[in-house]
Design a binder for this molecule. Structure first.
Ligand code: GLA
Length: 383
């Protein structure tokens, strides 16, 4: 059964009538530019063909009544006319509550709705299952109230909900690509100005995502620590963000900065340069140069930023051994587990899958990986 049909069934079983509207927003994978977004830098993600979907219908009152397929059809409801509380028992609903709170704070006149939610973005894998839920919720609540809010604005609203209501200090990358992605393209995003440039992904390459299935422990605390270290480095240089310093400036300060802060900053500064360069080489279909940049990005995340884990490094090595210089592979997302992304020549996809299946378990104490061959997809939309 299609995802949309399963969603329709959940909706009608819960509310006793058919939905009137459908919306979707995709997950994402980042090709390069990691931990640069909150440093006002550059990222190069694409949206993927896995998404969160909402079916909705209007209500006569000002309640939001929501149900989620992934949580056994649990129902959670709140009133738009009263302060919206966090939910302890339905954690997933905090993304809906957070987005509604931010929209109301901005003075938007929301209407009561019944909504059912479904998603096939693997949760906790670093593919932005939360960001796409925020974006699709924003789209649903605004469109069903007849409000024309831009996709960029919805991305910012989703990020604000995650920062302030859910409590994770993420950057803007995930929500922006989920809202504004384009089929068959990656998006170079300037996380300061929010200017975007679409870069077509060569048809000769497949976007392959390999989920290590390493349980991501301490992600939030390590993420926030990295953020603080970057902010400390920016403060040392008296700039707003690490985006504002060059490698030459950083290297000149090497003796004065402590080694840890220096290496954290070096990752961000060099990653920004690599990301801008990657957009150039990808645009002309140069997968060899792209592969080199992705390899340097991975090494920088492993050695300077220290956010990879041995199982992830193993997957990167296994894939690199198959593709050689003909494509790229690196960890993607926040780190400490999660996924590896590879740009793989179409005729090597099968060999990559076989190599990971054969060699990964013995290099990860018996874990097996999930492999997704993705297509870069359009951002959020009404269906
Ligand atoms: C997570 C965050 C993003 C970004 C990445 C690292 O996905 O949500 O904002 O910081 O980590 O690049």
């Amino acid at each position: 059964m299609s995802q949309k049909q399963t969603l329709t069934d959940l909706f009608t079983n819960t509310f006793g009538h058919q939905p009137t509207h459908f919306f979707q927003a995709p997950g994402r994978v980042n090709l390069i530019g990691e931990h640069t977004d909150y440093n006002d830098g550059f990222v190069l993600p694409c949206a993927i063909d896995y998404q969160a979907m909402i079916a909705g219908s209007p209500r006569d009152d000002r309640k939001v009544v929501a149900t989620a397929h992934s949580f056994d059809g649990q129902v959670s409801e709140f009133e738009l006319s009263l302060p919206i509380a966090h939910s302890e028992e339905a954690f997933w609903s905090n993304y809906v509550r957070g987005v509604a709170t931010v929209l109301l704070e901005k003075g938007m006149d929301l209407k009561g709705v019944n909504i059912a939610i479904i998603g096939n973005v693997p949760q906790g894998a670093g593919l932005s299952s939360s960001a796409c839920l925020e974006v699709v919720t924003g789209l649903t609540l605004t469109r069903m109230a007849g409000l024309d809010v831009s996709l960029k604005e919805l991305a910012l609203i989703g990020q604000q909900a995650e920062n302030e209501f859910v409590g994770c200090k993420c950057g803007i990358m995930d929500q922006m690509i989920s809202a504004c992605g384009k089929a068959d393209h990656a998006m170079l995003l300037d996380c300061r100005s929010l200017d975007t440039r679409l870069v077509s992904i060569p048809t000769s390459a497949a976007v392959v995502i390999i989920n290590s299935n390493v349980k991501r422990g301490l992600v939030d605390s390590e993420y926030n620590t990295r953020r603080e270290q970057c902010e400390a480095a920016a403060k040392y240089f008296g700039v707003k963000a690490l985006r504002d310093i060059t490698l030459t400036q950083l290297e000149a300060a090497k003796g004065d900065l402590d080694d840890l802060t220096f290496r954290r900053a070096r990752h961000v500064v060099t990653e920004n340069d690599r990301t801008e360069a990657a957009a150039e080489v990808l645009a002309v279909g140069d997968l060899v140069a792209m592969g080199e940049l992705m390899a340097r990005s991975h090494a920088s995340m492993r050695d300077d930023f220290e956010i990879t884990v041995p199982a992830i490094d193993a997957i990167v090595e296994i894939v690199k051994n198959v593709i050689g210089s003909e494509g790229g592979v690196r960890m993607t997302g926040g780190g400490f587990g999660g996924c590896v992304v590879a740009l793989v020549p179409q005729d090597k996809v099968v060999a990559v899958k076989q190599a990971v299946e054969q060699h990964y378990p013995q290099r990860s104490n018996g874990l097996s990986a999930d492999i997704y061959v993705c297509r870069a997809s359009d951002g959020a939309s009404e269906l």
